[in-house]
Design a protein around this ligand. Structure first.
Ligand code: PGA
Length: 251
């Protein structure tokens, strides 16, 4: 696992932005896996800014988002479909028909999960998967206890995740308790994985994922099974690793 530690969250986000821009420059028809949540917002903002300056071409890429809430339509303000449109897709030249997100309003979420898994395979798999890391070390919505060979499926969210994400729901809005997420096995099949984690509230999850025992109790620890994972951190998220200086190293 390659670890990159930057002084600030802004610098860590800039480093991840460069990795994405390099990926689509080298392979214009890249298949990208994309996350939502608070952490990648700065990356999407930078991609928008770079695109406005003429940098980055998305015309041939295909995207697969890692997860979506069950019960939200793609127009719901808290849906990840809307988040992606507002934060990235409407601002760059990506083809809407090549952007994929599990359908949270599907009447049969199990069938939708199977369809999504099949679609990823039909596209030849994902070249680069960008991920955030939950406070409980979840990747996508694979909560602690998820099998490391799990596939895209319907999952129940933990109290910790519901609490962390409640901020994204307007007061009075119903917060879904279930989601469709790519499985850990699905994620591990991606050719390259990049994880961005920033802030002190991620320090424990980072340390247990990077330095801890590989176990189903720590979904992020599954990444050590993968041959090409880069984890990009700010100093605050790296502070429990024992290497708090800005640096790059390959472990
Ligand atoms: P966050 O979520 O970026 O909102 O902290 C990270 C995640 O759950 O993957």
């Amino acid at each position: 696992m390659k670890i990159i530690i930057k002084d600030t969250a802004a610098e860590a986000s800039a480093a991840v932005t460069e990795i994405l821009l390099q990926q689509i420059a080298e392979k214009p028809a890249s298949v990208l896996g994309l996350p939502t949540g608070g952490t990648p917002l700065a990356v999407y903002a930078r991609l928008r800014e770079e695109f406005a300056k003429g940098r980055g071409s998305y015309g041939s890429i295909t995207t697969f988002n890692v997860d979506e809430y069950i019960g939200l339509s793609l127009h719901d303000p808290a849906s990840y479909a809307r988040y992606m449109r507002e934060n990235l897709f409407e601002h760059v030249n990506v083809k809407a028909s090549r952007t994929n997100i599990p359908d949270g309003s599907a009447s049969d979420p199990d069938a939708e999960a199977k369809r999504y898994e099949g679609l990823i395979a039909a596209c030849g798999g994902i070249d680069l998967m960008l991920l955030g890391l939950g406070r409980n070390a979840h990747i996508g919505f694979n909560e602690p206890g998820s099998l490391h060979h799990s596939r895209t499926r319907r999952v129940a969210l933990t109290e910790s995740t519901l609490e962390a994400n409640s901020a994204y729901f307007a007061s009075g809005a119903v917060q879904p308790t279930h989601a469709i997420t790519m499985g850990i096995g699905t994620i591990l099949q991606c050719r390259r994985i990049v994880v961005l984690a920033t802030g002190p509230e991620k320090a424990e999850a980072v340390a247990s994922s990077v330095d801890g025992v590989v176990s189903e109790a720590v979904p992020g620890s599954a990444l050590s099974h993968h041959p090409d994972t880069t984890i990009v951190l700010d100093k605050a998220a790296a502070r429990n690793l024992g290497i708090a200086q800005p640096m790059e190293l390959r472990a």
